[in-house]
Design a protein around this ligand. Structure first.
Ligand SMILES: NC(=O)c1ccc[n+]([C@@H]2O[C@H](COP(=O)([O-])OP(=O)(O)OC[C@H]3O[C@@H](n4cnc5c(N)ncnc54)[C@H](OP(=O)(O)O)[C@@H]3O)[C@@H](O)[C@H]2O)c1
Length: 389
């Protein structure tokens, strides 16, 4: 029996993780749940899975959550303190970090320092603070297991260990809903169109990131930290259909790939049960005859986010945190109808272009958070200047 805390239990990854837990009640027990503000779902999850502690990040929701769970014996908390309590709960063996955005940094570091195994879905944490997360995990001797399907694929291909014969990794990208849209139409696309991903059903932020390919850019930086590889050993190829979830190329030229359905329950289950495999309730690829795999190069003009992410990743220090924070703000502004789709990466690039810090290659947490806060303010300034006519 493995005791789990889940941060972001009401989100796409969190809900699917609870489906895996529900399918294997003899293997997994939930001891902590945390979410942002979706009290209704969090209450239902708490009633069903009976954790010891439940937390809601939005402090304004605390009273309602406490009232909903009165008499259950479940400890109810709120705010950053609540998130940290769930992340470090004494009974938890592993913490699944599935909150979205830089909000994942502090609880991930706290969980590591408390000696918890980490299943990391939240890529923004590694992007902004990869040097801190990996150093602290090494020091604490806790495993960091990827949940992102691409990184899980690489992790699976390498058998969960650093392989001396590894030459490079190749991340696959579906290309999102605008892969074949005429370039001049990109500025007009709506949030609804950006949210209709051809192969994955995910939270809104990661879905928009998939449409700009910033998601792949974030994943390149995530892979740099997860697998300890230089950026010139991390490649990206477009693979519409999302069947090959990523590949590794060995020094002898052999390429190993992991194939599977576009269903996050598989990598989530692998992160929770590794090195064992669970049969699971998810679909299979099934009959392979007739299946064809298509790979295309990334069109730089269509997807400027990818080159930007490589550049910020190579610069290191606080640059990736700045890029990530600006992107979070710009994506939220696009979803709110305040800017156009093509403004997202234009604004992120402009924020990076105005950043004057970043010379420390190994910034501490306050420096990372200060860079993040600066980038959010700067992105808001640029957004305020956008004319939508
Ligand atoms: N979805 C996927 O298939 C997928 C695949 C690979 C990687 N990922 C990564 O996994 C992470 C989660 O993605 P998602 O698609 O599951 O996102 P999502 O559906 O938007 O869910 C986000 C979760 O985070 C919670 N949350 C938001 N702000 C918070 C805060 N300040 N403090 C604490 N919790 C907060 C939300 O709570 P409320 O709903 O209660 O507000 C929700 O539970 C992202 O980093 C994403 O890039 C996702």
């Amino acid at each position: 029996m493995k005791n789990l805390s889940i941060l972001g239990s009401t989100g796409s990854i969190g809900r699917q993780a609870l489906e895996v837990v529900a399918a294997y009640p003899e293997r997994f027990r939930v001891v902590g749940l945390a979410a942002g503000r979706n009290i209704r779902l969090l209450t239902a999850q708490a009633r069903r899975f009976r954790p010891a502690v439940v937390a809601v990040a939005d402090e304004g929701c605390y009273g309602e959550l406490r009232a909903e769970l009165a008499g259950t014996g479940i400890t109810v908390m709120a705010g950053e303190e609540g998130l940290l309590a769930v992340a470090t709960h004494a009974a938890a063996k592993q913490v699944l970090v599935a909150v979205v955005g830089a909000a994942g940094i502090a609880p991930t570091l706290a969980a590591i320092d408390a000696g918890k195994e980490i299943a990391l879905a939240n890529k923004e944490t590694l992007v902004a603070a990869g040097h801190l997360v990996t150093a602290r995990a090494k020091k604490a001797g806790v495993p960091l297991v990827p949940v992102d399907s691409e990184h899980s694929a690489i992790f699976q291909c390498l058998g969960g260990r650093r392989h001396p014969g590894l030459a490079r990794i190749i991340l696959t990208a579906s290309g999102g809903p605008f892969l074949e849209l005429p370039l001049e139409r990109l500025a007009e696309v709506t949030a609804a169109e950006a949210l209709s991903h051809p192969s994955w059903r995910m939270g809104e932020k990661v879905t928009v990131d998939s449409a700009t390919l910033m998601n792949k850019g974030l994943e390149v930086i995530e892979a740099h930290w997860f697998f300890g590889l230089d950026y010139d050993r991390i490649g990206v190829v477009i693979h519409p259909g999302s069947i090959v979830h990523s590949m590794v190329e060995m020094v002898d030229g052999s390429i190993l790939a992991q194939l599977g359905p576009a269903d996050m329950r598989l990598p989530i289950a692998y992160a929770l049960a590794h090195p064992e495999r669970l049969a699971g309730p998810w679909p299979r690829l099934g009959e392979l005859a007739g299946l064809s795999l298509r790979f295309l190069p990334v069109e730089a003009q269509r997807f400027p986010a990818l080159a930007l992410a490589y550049e910020m990743g190579r610069r290191g220090g606080t640059w990736p945190a700045v890029m990530n924070a600006a992107n979070e703000v710009a994506v939220a502004a696009f979803l709110a109808g305040r800017i156009r789709f093509t403004d997202i990466i234009r604004i992120v690039a402009a924020v990076c272009g105005h950043y004057g810090g970043g010379e420390d290659p190994s910034p501490d947490l306050p420096a990372v958070l200060a860079a993040d806060a600066w980038a959010r303010r700067k992105a808001e300034e640029f957004i305020a200047e956008v004319k939508m006519t």
